[in-house]
Design a protein around this ligand. Structure first.
Ligand code: ADP
Ligand code: MG
Length: 323
């Protein structure tokens, strides 16, 4: 199968949207966001051995490659419009391509995000997606928008993906049912798009959790020039109602929840006067949300236990260039 046959067979996506003036097949695609809206653009690359193991199911890989990009749109409050796919493949294997494109395009259809172009080449497996979304000008949930006194919230329960990774690495054991659930979080994350859009005009700052709660919150603190207190008991409450976290020792709960990585939950701040509005946005988007801390004027990030004692600093977040 040649390059153009491959594209026509696996990466043709007919999803009519008024924002797409011209789709795949020409030298460029043409996008027209709605009146009064700005375009949101984000790119994420997935490299074999770095972001995924060679044993992962191709359908899960297709899902995750798009999910991590959609998560960035969610974190700024954008609605997805379209994406491009740059793909390097060692060989054109029909079964692999069929599964990969099914996983990819099923998620694209679910969020009405059209595949409008890309590039295809032979080479070591590498998947690079760029997503385009739109949002009303001024509505963006920016990292530099946290204010002193804001509440800090998290969606879902962070930590599950990290536990699955540690089991796959042979550093942790989980019984089969808990492992299957954790693995679904690692391999098929849910981008929190409905929540991100529901928080427009309510939340101040937001970020999606890709490298771990503390590290990603650190990006908001640095950009907004503020500090934060995190209340561990609020996270412990989430852990207690998780089907996975109660099965691991306390130090793994701390590591997974605070420094986990690959969660793709939203972390956001909102003024305390907006608690009812945050609750309503969570209900409207069918997304669980928990208040876990406060933004402070004093710089730095502190985690407190139930007795008001500082929790041991549980290490660093994931960083590709730090051993
Ligand atoms: P060019 O040489 O002009 O860059 P290509 O030959 O690389 O164009 O691609 C031909 C068309 O197919 C372009 O419109 C491009 O966007 C599209 N395309 C290439 N790879 C993919 C892919 N993996 N998924 C979707 N569209 C693709
Ligand atoms: Mg090209």
């Amino acid at each position: 199968m040649g390059e153009f046959e491959l594209i026509a067979r696996y990466f043709q996506h007919r999803l009519p949207r008024s924002a797409i003036a011209l789709g795949s097949g020409d030298d460029c695609a043409l996008l027209q966001p709605a009146d009064g809206h700005v375009l949101a653009v984000s790119t994420d690359m997935l490299v074999e051995g770095r972001h995924f193991l060679s044993t992962v199911q191709p359908a899960a890989l297709g899902h995750k490659a798009l999910a991590v990009n959609l998560s960035d749109l969610a974190a700024i409050g954008a609605e997805p419009l379209a994406f491009t796919l740059a793909l390097a493949l060692p060989r054109a294997e029909a079964a692999w391509l069929a599964d990969f494109s099914q996983g990819l395009l099923a998620l694209a259809d679910a969020h009405r995000c059209a595949l409008i172009g890309g590039d295809t080449t032979a080479g070591p497996l590498n998947i690079c997606i760029t997503v385009f979304g739109q949002l009303p000008a001024q509505a963006a949930l920016r990292r530099d928008a946290a204010r002193v006194g804001d509440d800090i919230y998290i969606s879902g329960t962070p930590g599950h993906a990290r536990l699955a990774l540690e089991v796959l690495r042979g550093r942790l054991e989980l019984e089969a049912r808990a492992f299957a659930l954790a693995r679904a979080h690692l391999e098929r994350p849910t981008p929190r798009l409905a929540l991100g859009q529901a928080l427009r005009g309510i939340a101040h700052a937001a970020i999606d959790l890709s490298d771990g709660l503390l590290g990603d919150l650190g990006h908001i603190l640095a950009a907004s020039r503020v500090g934060a207190h995190i209340h561990w008991p609020a996270l412990a409450e989430l852990a207690a109602s998780s089907p996975i976290l109660p099965h691991v020792p306390a130090h793994w709960q701390h590591t997974a929840m605070l420094n986990g990585g690959d969660d793709y939950e939203l972390l956001f701040t909102a003024p305390s006067s907006a608690r009812a509005a945050v609750h309503a946005a969570a209900q409207r988007s069918h997304t669980p949300v928990q208040r876990i801390g406060t933004i402070t004027a004093e710089p730095g990030l502190r985690v407190w236990d139930a007795n008001g004692q500082p929790l041991d600093p549980p290490g660093r977040s994931f960083d590709h260039f730090t051993p």
